[in-house]
Design a protein around this ligand. Structure first.
Ligand code: UGC
Length: 283
């Protein structure tokens, strides 16, 4: 089963897709797929409502929005794959590197992504997203950490490398441009992902394979990332963690580096979490 949100931007409604591909309206049991829904056993209630036949089938074609509403914060792990650290000339971190993205960067998985004005170094990054379903503070163990994970989602951490690296200060300028976090299509419940450290992931630009890796290559796995973050901030239901990207970004290619331009098409996928396709436009 996969949770999703359908409809025009800003007016999406919650839905659930069965493993057979049938989409049902979730509004009989919740107005939204958000932190409150996840914290109030919303996934279990969805399963019961589906089994009881209480959710009408959604007919027709609808835009797919981001599968999570009301995201509180997006915490990103930088340089969490050693081959990506190497391609950017960075050392492999001894502790997780953390930066933040604002939730208003989030768009649907197939929405247009805008190359920012005056950008010449817009780049791609396929990532596993972790959705928090239970408050996490000062967790002691990785088992406790995994109990706080509601599910997983495909996340695109679009980045502007000149803004990020050459304009002074932290990475924030290059990570928070509008439309810079396509998310979805689905939120897959944690108990339906047998091993989050065994998920193949790929990304193509204009049909050419650029990233081809697996979450097994993470330096700090999901459980350690959640436990670690909880030592520094409170994680709350509806928070999203982007867990880092493997090698193959434009920044790591030989000159001339193939940064993104308006008109480019980026496609990405993680096995079991669906696929995204974005046409890039100009801000
Ligand atoms: N270089 C850079 O921005 N990397 C991160 O976003 C990451 O995912 O490692």
């Amino acid at each position: 089963m996969q949770l999703l949100r359908l409809g025009a931007p800003g007016t999406e409604h919650p839905a659930v897709r069965t493993d057979e591909g049938v989409v049902h309206d979730l509004r009989p049991i919740t107005p939204e797929v958000d932190g409150a829904f996840l914290a109030a056993e919303g996934i279990a209630r969805t399963r019961r409502a589906l089994a009881a036949g209480e959710l009408p089938v959604v007919e027709g074609e609808h835009r797919v929005g981001p599968p999570l509403a009301g995201i509180g914060k997006i915490i990103c792990i930088g340089l969490n794959y050693s081959d990506h650290a190497a391609e950017t000339g960075a050392e492999v971190p001894r502790e997780p590197v953390i930066f933040l993205k604002t939730p208003d960067t989030v768009v649907g998985p197939h929405d247009e992504v805008l190359v920012p004005r005056r950008s010449v170094k817009t780049d791609w990054e396929v990532e596993l997203g972790v959705v928090i379903g239970r408050t996490a503070r000062y967790l002691d163990s990785e088992r406790e950490a995994m109990d706080c994970v509601a599910g997983y989602v495909l996340s695109h951490d679009v980045s502007e490398r000149e803004f990020q690296i050459e304009r002074g200060g932290t990475w924030d300028k290059g990570k928070n441009c509008e439309t810079f976090n396509p998310l979805g299509p689905w939120l897959v419940p944690a108990d339906e992902v047998p091993d989050p450290q065994r998920l193949p992931m790929r990304l193509w630009v204009n049909g050419e394979l650029k990233q081809d890796s697996s979450t097994k290559n993470m330096i700090f796995g999901v459980a350690e990332v959640v436990r670690y973050l909880s030592q520094f901030m409170v994680l709350r239901p509806g928070d999203l963690i982007n867990t880092g990207t493997p090698a193959g970004v434009a920044l790591g290619q030989p000159e001339p580096k193939p940064f993104l331009r308006a008109g480019d098409v980026v496609e990405l996928e993680i096995d079991g979490l669906g696929r995204q396709r974005q046409q890039f436009g100009q801000a």
